[in-house]
Design a protein around this ligand. Sequence first.
Ligand SMILES: [Fe+2]
Length: 164
Amino acid sequence: MLDTETKQDGKFHKRDKHEVWDDGSLIVKTEQVPWTEWALPGTRFKLLDYNRNISYVVFLLKIDADATPTIHKHIGAANAYILQGGFYYDKGGVREGDYFVEAGGVSHTPVTDEDGCLLLGFGNGAIAGFNEDGSVAGIIDVDWMIDAAKANNAFAHLENAVRS
Ligand SMILES: [Fe+2]
């Protein structure tokens, strides 16, 4: 019983589905959220939380081992905890268990390790992707993430959450 239910205030609560509480809190059963294709080739994400006022997103990101390295710029900082695998840049690399800050304003081209990567990411602001000629290929912001998740039926856990 304890695996699927918890007792509080004399009432049992299910522990096997998403929850949105009236105080704004959330429980997201991440295994129940479908993966949605992200903007960079060979990547997919699960949106866990967001704040549109500051273009803030919390997400799981899975990167294939053969994902094409793509130059991008962080208009705000992106933080990540590496859950599996890793990737590297010209300055160094991160592996499972590392916490990583990609500073705001930085442009770089990550190369994924041969076992791919799974990370928990915290994005502040948008990410700009570039074409080979330096022109902007696209902008990934909180609205891009929300729209893509909705189009993939991967937003139900956030649908009733009170968020900015
Ligand atoms: Fe980056």
